[in-house]
Design a protein around this ligand. Structure first.
Ligand SMILES: Nc1ncnc2c1ncn2[C@@H]1O[C@H](COP(=O)(O)OP(=O)(O)OP(=O)(O)O)[C@@H](O)[C@H]1O
Ligand SMILES: [Mg+2]
Length: 227
């Protein structure tokens, strides 16, 4: 599903200061895996996830996503591939406050070519909101939801286009422990029922047990990728 070949990312800070956020890395993630990436703040987790998603251009190396070399595609091909293949849950979740829950979930399709949102997408959005336990909140606004409920909406939105790959960056970091467990159980359920490939970043090492493989990062280095 994912292959990183000698991928690194260096950020330039001003004229002569550099940060090697991800050191040259080789990593393969097979279809159907649930990989949990842990590491301290600043160790390069988000950068690695953004490299996998094709949201960050690597300084060196190649990223293969579902067999395609991401950075040899045109912009258009790349964003099409990303839209069809990847669902992304960001570290700082973003629901549009002026849109109701249901409209937030169908939001990704607004950027697709046709413009209008099909009834089919609305039906799928409702189905997903039922899966995440929010059937009674379709017409609520984000501010009327708890943090855990908002995160469920974000998860439903990430699954709208039936991605093969779900990437999640610290999806439970703003939640209390019980809500965190609920969200993790939801991820586990989604993983086992759909067979989707998942990569999740967390700084809570206890969450590793939800995955099928653990990877840890320190100072830009992927430390272990055994299972
Ligand atoms: N856009 C950027 N420009 C410059 N430096 C950056 C940028 N993004 C990240 N960095 C640096 O790269 C390193 C890795 O950052 P990254 O966000 O990947 O860490 P992280 O493991 O996700 O941390 P956290 O757990 O705090 O989210 C850090 O030293 C950070 O300061
Ligand atoms: Mg991060």
């Amino acid at each position: 599903m994912i292959e990183l070949i000698e991928v690194s990312k260096t950020y330039l800070l001003g004229k002569d200061q550099q940060v090697q956020a991800v050191k040259p890395t080789n990593l393969q993630i097979q279809s159907g895996e649930f990989v949990v990436i842990t590491g301290r703040s600043g160790s390069g987790k988000t950068t690695l996830l953004n490299l996998i998603a094709g949201l960050t251009r690597p300084t060196s190396g190649s990223v293969l996503l579902d067999g395609h070399d991401l950075w040899s595609l045109s912009d258009k091909e790349q964003s099409l591939l990303r839209n069809q293949t990847v669902g992304f849950i960001f570290q700082f979740p973003s629901l549009l406050p002026s849109l109701r829950v249901l409209d937030n979930v169908v939001l990704p399709t607004i950027f697709e070519e046709s413009g209008a949102v099909s009834n089919e997408k609305y039906a799928r959005a409702k189905e997903l909101l039922a899966t995440v336990g929010l059937s009674d909140k379709l017409r609520a606004y984000p501010r009327q939801l708890s943090a855990g409920q908002q995160q469920r909406v974000v998860i439903a939105r990430a699954l709208l286009n039936q991605p093969k790959l779900l990437l999640a960056d610290e999806p439970t970091s703003n939640l209390d422990e019980q809500t965190e467990t609920e969200i993790m159980e939801l991820f586990r359920q989604i993983h086992t029922t759909t067979g989707i490939t998942m990569v999740m970043v967390t700084h809570t090492s206890q969450l590793v047990r939800y995955g099928t493989r653990a990877i840890s990062m320190a100072m830009g280095q992927v430390l272990n990728s055994g299972d």
